[in-house]
Design a protein around this ligand. Structure first.
Ligand code: GFB
Length: 323
């Protein structure tokens, strides 16, 4: 396996770069990487040409347009179009060149807004989606169905994984487009540095969220590349696998933890004009646990690692922060 040609679509994003680090650490040498500038995955002809030339054996679809609750809601058309185009082109081209395996990455927002908790894989398509991220979720559900049906019609070894909210090195800290965890690292750090007395949370602070350190996800992907095939899931009528910690906390609890790691001493206030989103989305991770993977990094440790990376990146002017 270590010599197989593996294409990581989206290798320069937070998730793709963590997968690349993990594969390189484990001795994988034949990695195929193309930046967004070299290959726009939304362009069908370019993607087909690239696949026909390179013929990757294993494909990881970590390329996507992603963002936090406001970005999902503000750029609804882009989240739908870009994601549908990227994943459709990559999955179909992988089929055309007979790729031996493909793993498609989605997100826990594919589940119905008010589904029972924790979210089992089989709750997919059992109710209405959360409105703020409906376009993104619809695209990701289409990707799950594409893998499932390429297996059913063509026998392709393609399947999907749905990670919970991810965070870590190479995250997006831009306050307008980021997810909550990097946004709060940015806000608490800024407040501490400028001796501000308050930090504002969006919404009520009451929604519950689960967070997984991105390097743990990368370990899960390597585990799946090596040990799990599409037939292992589809024969049990499962279309995808959840990946998470199985533990969640409120946004206020998350804020208190980040505030403590950063060393901010002031108060927390709320901006009720911003949406809460789905009330809870805790994944049931018993399936992947039974297969043999479990998370390693506890939330506090992951936040400490991410904060350290963030501070170093600002110091070295490697990170452009938008306030
Ligand atoms: O991480 P987040 O943007 O997205 O927000 P979702 C999670 C919760 O944190 C929401 C609150 O209740 C936000 O209102 N929050 C509090 C903040 N303060 C902030 C802040 O400063 N910035 C942000 N961003 N949130 C996304 C989906 O949902 O999760 C995507 O939109 C995707 O489709 C992703 O699935 C993983 O967890 O609500």
């Amino acid at each position: 396996m270590v010599n197989k040609k593996i294409y990581i679509a989206g290798h320069d994003g937070m998730v793709g770069s963590a997968i690349r680090r993990q594969l390189e650490r484990k001795g994988y040498k034949n990695l195929l990487l193309k930046s967004y500038k070299e290959l726009d995955l939304r362009k069908q002809e370019d993607v087909e040409k690239f696949f026909l030339k390179e013929k990757p054996k294993v494909v990881i679809v970590a390329a996507a347009k992603v963002g936090g609750i406001l970005a999902n809601n503000a750029y609804r058309a882009e989240f739908l179009y870009d994601n549908l185009m990227i994943q459709t082109n990559v999955i179909h081209s992988s089929y055309k060149v007979n790729a031996e395996k493909l793993i498609f990455l989605g997100s826990s927002c594919i589940y119905p807004k008010l589904a029972p908790q924790p979210l089992k894989e089989e709750y997919l398509l059992s109710g209405y989606l959360e409105y703020t991220n409906e376009p993104y979720a619809i695209a990701k559900i289409a990707g799950i169905k594409m893998c499932e049906n390429y297996y059913k019609q063509y026998g392709c070894n393609f399947y999907s994984v749905m990670p919970t909210n991810l965070y870590g090195i190479n995250d997006n800290f831009d306050l307008k487009t980021s997810h909550v965890l990097p946004a709060l690292i940015n806000k608490f750090h800024e407040a501490k540095s400028k001796r501000k007395s308050k930090v504002t949370l969006w919404g009520t602070g009451k929604p519950l969220r689960e967070f997984l350190y991105v390097d743990d996800l990368a370990e899960a992907i390597l585990f799946l590349i090596e040990k799990v095939d599409a037939k292992d899931l589809y024969k049990k009528e499962i279309t995808h696998l959840n990946i998470g910690t199985g533990k969640d906390l409120t946004i206020l609890e998350l804020a208190s933890l980040i505030s403590d790691v950063v060393g901010f001493k002031g108060e927390i206030e709320y901006d009720a004009s911003k949406p809460d989103g789905t009330p809870r989305k805790l994944l049931d991770v018993s399936r992947i646990n039974k297969l043999g993977w479990k998370y390693k990094t506890e939330l506090r440790e992951g936040i400490e690692l991410t904060y350290k990376w963030y501070v170093n990146s600002i110091k070295n002017y490697k990170l452009k922060i938008i306030k």
